[in-house]
Design a protein around this ligand. Structure first.
Ligand code: CDP
Ligand code: MG
Length: 140
């Protein structure tokens, strides 16, 4: 299996609680390498564009406000089967359903404030990586 890249966000609820390092440790312990990383504070417009796929969902407005409420850490993770592996390490969207030991089981505060984002497919990973990083910023 070839190396794959996926896009990750450490969300505002986690950066505010100083959980960046603890979350990155989960990625690295699972064999995922951080090949790009930056801490930024999204505007409402940027959060809205990133989550445009959820525009029609009832939680869209609240989600955008949350994502623009404090800094995030945007990262590209690389490894074998990185997209699926990252989703596994993250755990289910709703922390109440997340398996023990996953990031969301340990750190998430609610279904909305659930500490991490991770791409769900190769197509979305490519779009999301390109939204946040230039090729020069990806250092494998
Ligand atoms: O992040 P994930 O791919 O697991 O879930 P999603 O279905 O793509 O939803 C994107 C994000 O919207 C979630 O991570 C939550 O932050 C938020 N959300 C929410 O606030 N309420 C829901 N019922 C579902 C999702
Ligand atoms: Mg998703």
């Amino acid at each position: 299996m070839a190396l794959e890249r996926t896009f990750s966000i450490i969300k505002p609820d986690a950066t505010k609680r100083n959980l960046t390092g603890a979350i990155v440790k989960k990625f690295e312990d699972a064999g995922l390498r951080v090949v790009a990383s930056k801490r930024i504070h999204l505007t409402m417009a940027q959060a809205g564009e990133f989550y445009a796929v959820h525009k029609e969902r009832p939680f869209y407005g609240e989600l955008c406000e949350f994502m623009a409420s404090a800094p995030i850490v945007a990262q590209v993770l690389e490894g074998e089967n990185a997209i699926a592996k990252n989703r596994e390490v993250m755990g289910a969207t709703n922390p109440a359903d997340a398996e023990a030991g996953t990031i969301r089981a340990e750190f998430a505060q609610s279904v909305g404030e659930n500490s991490v984002h991770g791409s769900d497919a190769p197509e979305t990973a490519a779009i999301e990586i390109a939204y946040f990083f230039s090729g020069l910023e990806l250092v494998g």
